[in-house]
Design a protein around this ligand. Structure first.
Ligand SMILES: [Zn+2]
Length: 564
């Protein structure tokens, strides 16, 4: 496979709270699995993420907590950066949108689009809070949802029924800052008339062509992503304000314009580009190779609530600016629920990543495994502690860990840890070897098609195959009668163990390191997996347990934490 360049982005995390398992399962873990796989294939990858540090919610929270927005973003940026790193989410850079390079990049986008007449400027009447003397961002306005009747819908969205709203649609709107009824006041903004881009967007999303040239295969896009885009386009794209009356954010770079910032969806996605610039400058690379070279594959990992921004709005901005590539795929996930209910930060119905790290020390891979095995790739899924326990004890411990343990113990018992030779093969051996050699191909294809659950299943099937092979051939019964046969069986089993260490790395990087240490192996390339990964007479080390059984009591503790 020829080496290619990839720019892989994971949704910028809003820096007003800690990371939870819904975030990890939604975007960051699949992105990390994908990137680790690409790297093991020898590709050149920029893996981009960071904190989204602007927007009304941060100023609102700062006001409530009586601190500055800067204090909030500093706290959560550092906290989340550390948590990601401890979970083995291995970004090339975890940047922040409060950096100067980002403000300059976002302002350049605005100025270029303004110069090219991409925007239209309009004066409208908008909600204004007279007590606080400011225009109210959509999030600052609350009222009754016109679609479902929910009493506390926000000006941009109803969290009950999920409808996207505009503040004008709310029944009995009030300011969440003062509780007063806002008045309408004139203000001017720059709008992106998205309807003007409908034609090429439709062609790009439905056929994967751009100005009649092949761009991507639309069959590789998830049906929910295409479905959501089509429904937006079919119901008619509208113009959307790209500026806001706020003081916290990227300032509109025009003279005589005061107290206006760029709309967060013009600001945050450009954060991927400014982060790439920063990373490139620190690593002696040219950032333009990752954003302007048509051979580079751009992939956005996001949750389903961000589909419209990454598949419609950001592509319009990139194309209108000119020279930028568009995403080859946007493998958005659905939502992960928790114990049958929607995850909720405000109701504390969540498993916080930093708390998990503290409660389950050294067990990052267990959560990575469970979150990938139950990932909401095509529909919403449910995380339960009972399932977590069962997957750890019945799969990781009983299948994967048990197989490795048997291989290592037997190799030490018979040959002091020195790998025996592979002698004459039976038909059954050949069948096993064939399956072993095929696993990396099947897993690779699944990962390239963003089917991470399927790939993980194949990984566990390989460990299962190893266990079955040992159980069927019973080398411990043959040690005296047929030494040649035992050597062959164990050689094949050791090759399976070695392959597992390479193939598990994208999913369980900490386990891969442990397994490499046990096997005294430093193989990192995907193509190394297979029958010849470990040579004869190679010395392997004594084993340690890869996984530990988790007791019921530990899970009960976690459940009681939730309902506190
Ligand atoms: Zn509603």
């Amino acid at each position: 496979m020829a080496q290619k360049k990839y720019t892989v982005t994971a949704a910028l995390l809003y820096a007003n709270g800690p990371l939870h398992i819904g975030h990890i399962a939604g975007a960051y873990l699949p992105a990390d699995i994908y990137v680790r796989y690409l790297k093991s294939q020898g590709h050149d990858v920029a893996f981009i993420c960071g904190s989204d540090e602007h927007g009304a919610a941060i100023t609102l929270q700062a006001k409530k907590d009586n601190v500055t927005p800067k204090e909030i973003i500093n706290k959560y940026h550092l906290m989340n950066k550390k948590t990601f790193s401890e979970f083995g989410i291995d970004f090339s850079i975890y940047h922040r949108t409060s950096e100067k390079i980002h403000h300059e990049t976002a302002q350049d986008f605005f100025s270029t689009l303004e110069r090219k007449n991409v925007f239209i400027k309009k004066t409208t009447k908008q909600f204004y809070d007279e007590e606080n003397k400011l225009f109210l961002a959509d999030r600052y306005i609350s009222g009754q949802c016109p679609k479902c009747g929910h009493e506390h819908a926000y000006g941009d969205q109803c969290e009950k029924c999920g409808s996207t709203l505009s503040p004008e649609e709310l029944i009995n709107p009030t300011s969440t800052l003062s509780g007063s009824t806002p008045v309408k006041k004139e203000t001017s903004h720059w709008y992106l008339p998205m309807q003007k881009h409908e034609e090429w967007l439709k062609e790009w999303i439905e056929n994967g062509t751009l100005e009649e040239n092949y761009h991507h295969d639309p069959k590789t896009w998830r049906s929910q992503v295409i479905g959501q885009c089509k429904s937006w386009i079919n119901s008619g794209l509208k113009e959307r304000a790209m500026t806001r009356d706020l003081t916290w954010g990227v300032k509109v770079p025009l003279e005589n314009v005061k107290e206006k910032v760029l709309y967060v969806w013009l600001d945050a996605p450009i954060g991927y580009i400014s982060a790439t610039k920063q990373w490139a400058s620190e690593n002696n690379k040219n950032w333009e190779n990752y954003w302007k070279d048509e051979k580079t594959e751009l992939i956005h990992f996001i949750g389903k609530d961000n589909i419209v921004f990454h598949c419609i709005m950001f592509p319009i901005v990139l194309k209108a600016h000119g020279k930028y590539i568009l995403p080859k795929n946007v493998p958005a996930n659905e939502f992960l629920n928790l114990e049958g209910n929607k995850l909720s930060t405000s109701k504390n119905w969540a498993i916080w990543a930093h708390e998990y790290l503290n409660d389950f020390k050294g067990q990052q891979d267990v959560l990575r495994y469970v979150l990938c095995a139950t990932a909401p790739e095509s529909k919403d899924t449910d995380f339960t502690w009972a399932d977590f326990l069962s997957r750890n004890n019945n799969e990781l411990v009983a299948i994967f860990g048990n197989f490795i343990n048997r291989v290592v113990v037997l190799t030490h018992k018979y040959w002091n840890g020195i790998v025996p030779s592979c002698n004459e093969l039976s038909d059954y051996d050949k069948e096993i070897i064939n399956k072993l050699n095929n696993t990396s191909i099947i897993m690779g294809e699944a990962i390239e098609n963003f089917k991470f659950r399927e790939a993980l299943k194949e990984l566990m099937n390989l460990a299962r195959l190893g266990n079955k092979y040992l159980a069927d051939t019973e080398p411990w019964k043959l040690q005296h009668a047929n030494k040649d046969r035992v050597e062959t069986i164990m050689n094949i089993s050791i090759q399976i163990a070695g392959s597992l260490s390479v193939l598990c790395k994208p999913f369980m990087p900490f386990t891969s390191i442990k397994l490499n240490n046990i096997l005294n192996l430093s193989k990192e390339k995907w193509k190394d997996a297979g029958m010849n990964i470990i040579p004869n007479e190679h010395q392997i080390n004594k084993g340690i347990h890869l996984f530990e059984k988790i007791e019921d009591a530990k899970i009960k503790e976690q459940l009681s934490k939730l309902t506190k």
